[in-house]
Design a protein around this ligand. Sequence first.
Ligand SMILES: [Zn+2]
Length: 648
Amino acid sequence: MNRQRELVDILNKWAYEYYVLDDPSVPDREYDRLYDELRELERESGEVYPDSPTRRVGGEPVKGFERHTHIARLYSLDKAVSSDELSAFFTRVYKVDPQTQFTVEYKYDGLTVCLTYENGVFVRAATRGNGVEGEDVTAQALTVRSFPLKISYTGTLEVRGEAIMRLSVLEKYNAAHPGEELKNARNAAAGAIRNLDPAETAKRNVEILFYDVNYMSEAPVKTQVEAMEFLKREGFKTYPFFRVCKSAEEVQEAIDEIEAERKKIDVLTDGAVVKANGERVRAAMGYTDKFPRWAIAYKFEAEEAESTVKNVLWQVGRTGKLTPLAEIEPVDLAGATVRRATLNNFGDLTRKDVKVGSRVLVRRSNEVIPEILAAVEHTEGSVPVQKPTTCPFCGAPVEEVGANLFCTNEACPPRVVQKLTHYCSKNAADVEGMSEATLTLLYERRGVRNFSDLYTLTAQSFEGLEGFKEKKISNLLSAIEASKQIPLDRFLYAIGIGQIGRVAARDLAEFGSVEAVANLSYEQLIALEDVGEATANSILSYFADEKNQAELARLFSLGVKPFVKEKRGEGAFAGEVVVLTGSLQSMSRPEAQKKIEELGGTAATSVTSKTTLVVAGEKAGSKLEKAQKAGVRIIGEEEFLLLLGEGE
Ligand SMILES: [Zn+2]
């Protein structure tokens, strides 16, 4: 075999281990070394194999998406939102075949994509669109690593998957992109795949989880069990949860399990998918014009609903950004009454065509501010929202940058309050109990303007303010006092240097002191991994500003003392490679992983030869067995909490 072919095969095998199995067998640099060798050979030979990993870069931005007609229609699923509707589904299926088995899977909340293969080679990716016709997103999908470019099946094939952004990936992304946070994982994944520039798609670390075969020209699979086996065999990434159930009761149990687990897993989901597995049942039940009759999506809570926009208000953030906030007719959504919903910016409002009086679709997902997804219809009385030319709070001129509007006045009252709120927030100075409402009062009634003003407050400052009793005042004062001892990275984040999020702040904190950071040159800054041109300039201009210098000096003279946290590798999990399995009662998996990393450990997703510790929660599955066989140390949740210093 020639070397170029050999390299492609090895690299694809390693990528499969890394991206699909989460179980790499070689270090990244070994991969990079062979990758470079392959690129060199491709340059020399002028030939790139269709399954070469170098194709995964995606290429140049495209001007627009071409329409693509799917070979077979991509059906959507009928929905059940109550147990009555679910039992009606069972009744229909059992009429056709009382012996039938069912499969139960998670229903992911992302963007559905369809991949086409011909002669064993990946040729195209398209969005679902209306089911008949979607958009060609091949260049974008190529940057996603969770599917093979070459497979052993040689007929024409369409497979179906959901493009998703893991919640932990979203969190990391948002921490690294202050001011440009993505609202939720679903929009983030959809926005990544439908981005005209494949390089942007690549940055978002999207995954595709595959769950169905849509079309096969030869020897088509006949059941969902066969489809999943086929997908796994050919190297597509699938989700580990897949149940085959013998009865309606077992289906209900699997659904209950999903409902309990879904808030803890790292993927946004909104329900469970139930499919009758028998070939005969499927043939006999067939399809409506929209859905297969033999499958149903069980949705847990109504998380989207329609309402009417009553008014649109503006909010000013700490950067001066104006965000539209819609007041809507109260609507019940996922167990809460929603009265307000946000739009990202003025551009978003225009694009979604939201007017006062319009019917709109509102979405509330896990612990996120409700958001307007789209206008559904306009009424006769719908009135377009005027673009403000001056700040609605201070009257200063408004500046338009891209899709955003900014108040140009640094002293704009809500902006100052937001800056103070940011300073006091959990990931910044963490002044416990200091709410936005309290800071608004202190701003209005006590002239608090700068962070340093907080450290001059005394019990008298709160006297005469409504709702402040002795206990509350002393708690607030001691929280302010406690915030003087602050980790350097959190301090650098708290003071609100433009473009500096938590990630960049951690990089800067490596320099050891505020003074050291203030003295960094442009060249030193730009050399940092998470610092670009704009960020570097923003840091330089922050420290060059005399007002900022004076404020920093005042903070220090009032006793604020940023310190450098102990280095990683000294915590309770120092040197440990920790795998979590099953579910924990006390925290979600991403939280647990974060804590392990904070204490010097490495959180891994699967048990390998490198694993040193397994934390087994409830319903721990195959990972636990694997760990037992490998003789890895296993602890339960109680012991885990003790190690975290949170146990009883
Ligand atoms: Zn203003």
